[in-house]
Design a protein around this ligand. Structure first.
Ligand SMILES: NC(=O)c1ccc[n+]([C@@H]2O[C@H](COP(=O)([O-])OP(=O)(O)OC[C@H]3O[C@@H](n4cnc5c(N)ncnc54)[C@H](OP(=O)(O)O)[C@@H]3O)[C@@H](O)[C@H]2O)c1
Length: 234
């Protein structure tokens, strides 16, 4: 018997979210994926194929999310992957970008959970995307490191508040074939590879596998899973 409800991927038009959406669409599951722009979301949904559709929402406008999500029906799994990176350093701090990212990733993620929770299957699960920048910053990651640290606490609270729905976070290392990092090229990536005990960069395929595990393993709850090839050990 197929599982009831759709898989919602917020931030599903690009990168890791797009690959998660592609996985579930390929499994024949109904998928709702979002970006900020309806046309881009529609194009991503058409690209992943199957029973996928796109919606537009902006997590930095949390007061409008209930409206934006109004026509999403029953939900089995919810993945929150969106980010709008502000390359911010404290010596030249941009408070506008910093505020936008903090609202987007912490208030926006929590508000989507708040809105969709009554429509979620009790056997479903939520995965939030954080990231290893919380522990190992890179130049310009001041706010990315901050919000990804915040995801750790949010997961702990949601796992308790959403029960029996499970909630976990994934904290990837640098994903070498993701659009953001692959655009930086080998000079940025090779030092990371050398400092990673697995001697390889994390791939988008590795991340999809870990997200599926977090969503579908019925005993994994309240976890902050690091998927980084052991990067922090060296
Ligand atoms: N890539 C990595 O190596 C890496 C490493 C560690 C952690 N992470 C985490 O993994 C997640 C995905 O990263 P990624 O590199 O795959 O991202 P990405 O390719 O930059 O995609 C970001 C997604 O977020 C959406 N988005 C941007 N601003 C938004 C807003 N204000 N409201 C709603 N949606 C918005 C984008 O949609 P539109 O552009 O269509 O609006 C897009 O779908 C992020 O949370 C990131 O922190 C990534």
């Amino acid at each position: 018997m197929p599982e009831p409800g759709c898989v919602v991927v917020v931030g599903g038009t690009s990168g890791l979210g797009l690959e998660v959406a592609r996985h579930y669409a390929g499994q024949g599951r109904p998928v709702v994926l979002s970006g900020r722009d309806q046309g881009r979301a529609d194009a991503a949904a058409a690209e992943v194929g199957g029973d996928a559709r796109g919606i537009a929402l902006d997590l930095a406008e949390p007061g409008r999310l209930a409206d934006r999500l109004a026509d999403v029906g029953d939900v089995r799994h919810l993945v929150l992957a969106a980010i709008e990176r502000d390359e911010n350093r404290v010596q030249a701090f941009d408070t506008e970008g910093a505020t936008r990212l903090a609202v987007l990733k912490l208030v926006g993620y929590a508000e989507v959970v708040h809105v969709l929770q009554p429509r979620m299957d009790p056997e479903g699960a939520v995965v939030l995307f954080g990231g290893r920048a919380k522990d190992r910053p890179y130049p310009g990651s001041t706010m990315v490191s901050t919000v990804n640290g915040g995801v750790t606490g949010l997961v702990h609270s949601l796992a308790v508040e959403l029960a029996p729905i499970r909630c976990n976070a994934i904290h990837p290392g640098i994903v070498g074939d993701s659009p953001y990092w692959s655009a930086k090229g080998e000079p940025a990536l090779e030092p990371v590879r050398q400092r990673t005990p697995s001697r390889r960069l994390v791939t988008m395929e590795d991340i999809v596998g870990a997200v599926v595990f977090l969503l579908e393993n019925r005993s994994v709850n309240g976890e902050n899973l690091h998927v980084d090839g052991g990067w922090l050990l060296l």
